[in-house]
Design a protein around this ligand. Structure first.
Ligand SMILES: [Zn+2]
Length: 276
């Protein structure tokens, strides 16, 4: 079981289409199933209009989740799941409140200064879980063997931020565990998160880690990540300009280096790109 997990913080663009080609393509080639999850844990940037647009564009492209759209799996719909997962985690691991602001922490790595302060989990305070010093070793399906030490990368992991929002790392790990995701396919910009998610999943009792596949991101003419640029790479804009769905998919596959031509490719055909 794999997943397509867009965040409704903007419209679908060719970068998403590349991810969808990998997700549906690998699932079709190897007999897997695709679940759709709306990753709207970021309550400040997520918008319902973007979610509706994402679903509409995805259906227009022809990518259909095997588990359907009803009920739609949306992170914001089930805060009790995360509360329960946090309570479980706290029974076996050191979970603590942290009042440090992002500014006080400075870089990405938290030094653990609140670890032994026994602060109450009051509103305005974050929640962290202590990470051990272990090295996480895994074999990415595309990138090969990788090693990461989460405690050195980020320090004790933030589970809920000071505004009360569940973090990406925590929400995605809970979801992947509860939804039985065995293959995670996503862009290479997220590869550094993998060790943290492996460590957290194990702490939550997951015995068999998912397989990870991180694929290259496509970039625009200026070398920028597509999600940071706008304009001619949006699926909406391409649709409005009269480009067909197979042409959009074919263009994305070509930009990602999966084909050597820009010919049209139907969503139902993407498995052929990955057949062993
Ligand atoms: Zn702190």
């Amino acid at each position: 079981m794999t997943r397509f997990a867009p965040s409704p913080t903007g419209y679908l663009h060719l970068g998403h289409v590349v991810n969808a080609i990998y997700v549906w393509g690998v699932a079709r080639a190897f007999g897997g199933r695709v679940v759709l999850r709306v990753e709207d844990h970021d309550r400040i940037r997520s918008r319902r209009e973007y979610e509706l647009a994402l679903l509409e564009d995805l259906a227009w492209l022809g990518f259909e989740p095997d588990t359907g759209l009803a009920p739609l799996l949306r992170q914001s719909d089930a805060p009790a799941r995360y509360e329960a997962a946090l309570a479980d985690l706290g029974r076996t691991h050191h979970v603590y409140a942290c009042e440090c602001s992002r500014k006080e922490i400075g870089g990405e790595r938290y030094d653990g200064s609140c670890r032994d302060r026994r602060l109450d989990a009051l509103p305005g305070r974050g929640i962290r879980v202590r990470l051990g010093p272990e090295e996480e070793c895994f074999t990415d399906a595309l990138l090969g063997p990788l090693e990461q030490v989460p405690a050195e990368q980020c320090g004790d992991l933030l589970v809920r931020d000071r505004d009360g929002h569940w973090t990406y790392q925590f929400a995605v790990t809970v979801d992947d565990l509860q939804q039985g995701i065995t293959l995670v396919i996503r862009g290479a910009d997220l590869v550094s998160s993998t060790g943290r998610q492996l460590a957290l999943a194990r702490m939550m009792g997951r015995t068999t880690a998912p397989v990870y596949l991180h694929h290259p991101l496509i970039r625009d003419a200026r070398g920028e990540k597509l999600s940071k640029s706008a304009g001619d790479t949006g699926v909406r804009e391409l649709r409005a300009a009269g480009v067909s769905a197979p042409e959009v998919i074919g263009t994305a596959a070509s930009l990602a280096g999966l084909t050597d031509h820009r010919g049209a490719l139907r969503a139902s055909e993407v498995g052929t790109l990955f057949e062993p």
